[in-house]
Structure formats: C-alpha cells, structure tokens
Design a protein around this ligand. Sequence first.
Ligand code: CMC
Length: 427
Amino acid sequence: MSNSAKLSTGGKDLEYPVLSGTVGPEVIDIRKLYGQTGQFTFDPGFTSTASCESAITYIDGDEGVLLHRGYPIGQLAEHSSFMETSYLLLNGELPSTSELADFTRTISRHTMLHEQLATFYRGFRRDAHPMAIMCGVVGALSAFYHDSTDISDPLHRKISSHRLIAKMPTIAAMAYKYSVGQPFMYPDNSLSYTGNFLRMTFGVPAEKYEVIPAVEKAMDRIFILHADHEQNASTSTVRLAGSSGANPFACIAAGIACLWGPAHGGANEAALNMLKEIGTPDKIPHYIARAKDKNDPFRLMGFGHRVYKNYDPRATVMQSTVREVFDALKVNDPLFETALELEHIALNDPYFIDKKLFPNVDFYSGIILSAIGFPTTMFTVLFALARTVGWVAQWNEMISDPNQKIGRPRQLYTGSTERDYVPLDKR
Ligand code: CMC
C-alpha cells in the first residue's frame, strides 16, 4: 500500500488506505476496522470524521476559504446571483445564458403552493415561532406533492428539488404574514426570486409594492452566502434522514429542525438579541468578561466556528453589505457600531486570539435583516430558505452515490450490564 496508516490494536498490526481528495486533508479509510478488530472509533461531534465523499463545497477553515464547486464565495457574492449559484451547486458548473434562463423560468413556475396549504397554516397559533411553522409546513409538502417522492426516479428527484427551492420563499413569507395577521400574498413571477420573496413578505394586496433594487441585491447576496456549507449539522441531518430512503420534503424538514438550534442557524437571532442586550459600547467589557468566564454559560453569539479558525469569509462580505443596506434605506443602527467595537475588542483579547474565535456569518447578518424590516424570529427562516438549495444538492449527491448506505453510527456503551427485571413491589 503506497499511502497507508498503520494501527496496532488488539494484538494485531493493521494497515488502512489513506485517501486523497482534490484538495484538503487526507482521510484514513477505516471502513474495515470493525470487521477486522471488533473495535469502533469514538468521535462525538465528528471532529475528526469525514462522513461522505462530496464534490460540492470546500472549506479551508485555517485560511478562511470557502469554495462552491471551486469558485470562491467572495467572487460569487460579488458577481453571481442566487439563482446562478443555485444552478452551480446543483449541476456542478456555471450555467450558460440559456441554461440560466431555463432554470430561472423553471423555478419561477413552481413558486405557488397548493391552495389547501393555506388552510394548514391556519391551524397554527398566531404567535407560533416561524421556524416551528417551517418544520411543519415543509414536512407536510410530502402530503401535497406525493407525485414527486419516488427517490429512485431521477425525474421525481429533479421535480421535488425544484419544488423545494421554488416554494421555500412562498412558505417563509406566508409564515411571516400569518404571524402579523396580514393576508398571504401570491407569488409574482415577473419578479426575481429574491424580489418576489420581498414582495410576498412586505407587500400587501391593497398597495403596489416597489422592490428597492439595492435591498433586493443585498438580500440575494445574503442568500448566496448561506446557500451551502459542506457537512454542517443540518446538512448531515438531511443526509442521514435521506440515507434511509425518506422523501426529500421530509429530509429538508429534518434539516430545518436541526438548523433552528442556537449553536447553528439560530445564532443569527441570538446574535442580534445579544447586541440589543449589550446596547452601548461601554457595556462590552462586562460581556467579554462573561464570555470568558467558564462558570457562566454566556457565549458571544456570532463568534467562533467549528471549522473556521480564521475570519469567516462570509462575515467579511456581510460586514460590507451592512453599509450598502443602510445607505439604500437611509437608516443607521447604533448596534452596528456596538458590533464593530465588540469585534475589535474581542479580536485583540488573548482569550479569543488563543482560541481562534472570529466573527462568523451570523455576527452581522441580523443587523442587515433587521434594517430591511425582518423581525428576529424570521432570521433563521431566511437561513433555511437559502440553505435549501445546499441541502437539496447534497441530498441528490448522496442518492446518486453508488457507495451510499443507511447512516448508522455505533456507540461506546456505558450503561448497566444485563440484569434481571425486579417486580414493582420488590424495588
Ligand atoms: N464565546 C466564547 N467562547 C467560545 C465561543 C464563543 N462564541 N465559541 C467557542 N468558545 C470557546 C469554548 O468555551 C471552548 O473553550 P475551552 O476550550 O476553554 O473549553 C473553545 O472556545 C472551543 O469551543 P467549542 O464549543 O469546543 O467549539 P465547537 O467547535 O464545538 O463550537 C460553535 C463551535 C459555533 C458551536 C461555538 O463557537 C459557538 O457556540 N458559537 C456561538 C454560536 C454561533 O455563533 N453559532 C453560529 C455558527 S456559524 C453559522 C452556522 O454554520 O450555523
């Protein structure tokens, strides 16, 4: 074996192949380990485990690099559109002019929801968190679109993928409209993907809604920044759910549930709430001290990342987009100054330097989304909307992989050994 890893365990000397990707760390192929030794590897949180082979997204966390199909996120954010990036993620290559036009037209033809779904929404409490509604409605899509749930049929997979990407803005906007008691807005397919979403969210049937081009562009860019991120928790959830053969609507609903947590997509909501709690820059030292205190559960939300041990490249774009949106809307939010100062203080503090904690994508996104008019409860919904294309691309890649198996991790069992049942009166 030319490139291999040697392991001595249980009195055996074993050798495992070391596999190389096109770029990034090599992996030790331990698939035969259990069969040969009866031992498992132990890696809670998967910090040293590659769960699959993928050609979609590459991250170099030490260098702060994020590539989609090889293209740097900064270039896509500057030059591409969310539709084009979606095509790229799904198909592997940038589209030609006609391919992009076809794809955009196909997606726009799927933006409407089955009318019966409006009744489904009305079953939720008005004060329901929109992420709760998203989990429910996206899961329910399989009950409405079961003509595209045969995962062994490539055409079904394609149609359900397009449906998910196209309907997510409608579903998200309806979750918002329901919470504020305004009528649902039907899609307007003469608008762009993002312009249509803004209109369905902020427009009302009584008035004409004018999309502000700078806001549309900023929102589109935010969608690009969230489109995919390799094997993160929600994407791994989608893959794991899909590995059993579950239909894509159910798998994406599982991804949405995972994304909701504050350590993942919920961090954008938590980050803005934290900035509001800090309020003015003079309070920052108190919160920095709390973040460093091991006995205090407080963490700087929007800071730190499992993979990035350098500035998150998405946060760089996000920070520069804040000013663009402020200028377009002629607003200013003092919390932006607080955020900049917090970043400055944290990045000069040995605790954050030593632990390589930098602002992540969520640190500035809340300030932009709040300026556009979204309530904090919608922030994670927007993340889910944008990430749907990534989830769908990863799900399709997994289903097409001939090595695909049901995901079934094992465990280090630390519970009781076998013992006899004791009747209630003897306990
Ligand atoms: N504030 C203060 N200390 C922190 C923070 C933080 N935000 N993040 C990590 N640490 C410390 C942590 O206490 C630990 O210290 P020690 O080694 O002394 O125990 C060390 O840094 C390593 O942290 P970890 O929790 O072991 O790292 P992880 O890779 O398991 O967690 C994370 C990554 C993103 C969950 C974590 O950094 C965090 O909770 N950040 C705040 C939440 C957040 O912003 N999440 C959004 C992530 S980006 C969007 C997305 O992809 O969903």
